[in-house]
Ligand binder design. Structure first.
Ligand code: ZN
Length: 142
C-alpha cells in the first residue's frame, strides 16, 4: 500500500511505504532527529544552569574536622547517641585511638540523608519541568 505523505522536515510530498512514515528519506529523518536532540540538549543545559545555585546552598561545603562536641552541636544529639551511631557505622566518623573525629560537611550531609537533592531529579521530571518552565518564564526575566 502506497500513501502520499508530506515530509515533516523538507515538506516535500513523497510516497510512503508505511502509514508511520514521516520523512521522505533517512537523511531528513536524521536531520529532524538531530534538530530535536539539539533543542533538548539546549533545554537541559539551561536547566542545569538553573539548578546549580540550589545545589550549592543545600549542602555545606565546610570540610572541617570537628570532635564529639562539634558533632553534638551539629546533630543536636546526645553524646551516647552519637557514640552508638558511630559504632554501628550509621554516622560518618573517623576513629583514632579511642577518640572520634567528624567532618562538619559529612555530618550536614548525613542529616540531610534521604532527602532528595537536586541530583535526585530524573530526566523525566527534568523534561516535565522544562515544559512547565517554557510557559512560566516571562521574557522580562532575562
Ligand atoms: Zn524530506
Amino acid at each position: 500500500m502506497e500513501i502520499v505523505k508530506k515530509c515533516e522536515w523538507c515538506h516535500k510530498t513523497f510516497i510512503g511505504q508505511m502509514v508511520t512514515a514521516r520523512f521522505c528519506s533517512s537523511k531528513c529523518c536524521d536531520q529532524a532527529y538531530r534538530y530535536k536532540r539539539n533543542q533538548l540538549t539546549q533545554l537541559v543545559y539551561e536547566l542545569s544552569k538553573a539548578i546549580t545555585p540550589c545545589e550549592q546552598s543545600s549542602v555545606s561545603n565546610h570540610h572541617v574536622l570537628t570532635n564529639i562536641e562539634g558533632a553534638m552541636r551539629i546533630t543536636g544529639k546526645a553524646k551516647p547517641t552519637i557514640y552508638a551511631n558511630a559504632r554501628k557505622g550509621i554516622i560518618p566518623h573517623y576513629k583514632r585511638g579511642n577518640k572520634l573525629y567528624f567532618y562538619e560537611d559529612e555530618l550536614y550531609q548525613w542529616i540531610e540523608g534521604g532527602r532528595q537533592n537536586c541530583y535526585g531529579i530524573n530526566s523525566e521530571e527534568m523534561l516535565k519541568e522544562i515544559r512547565q518552565g517554557i510557559h512560566h518564564l516571562p521574557s522580562s526575566n532575562r
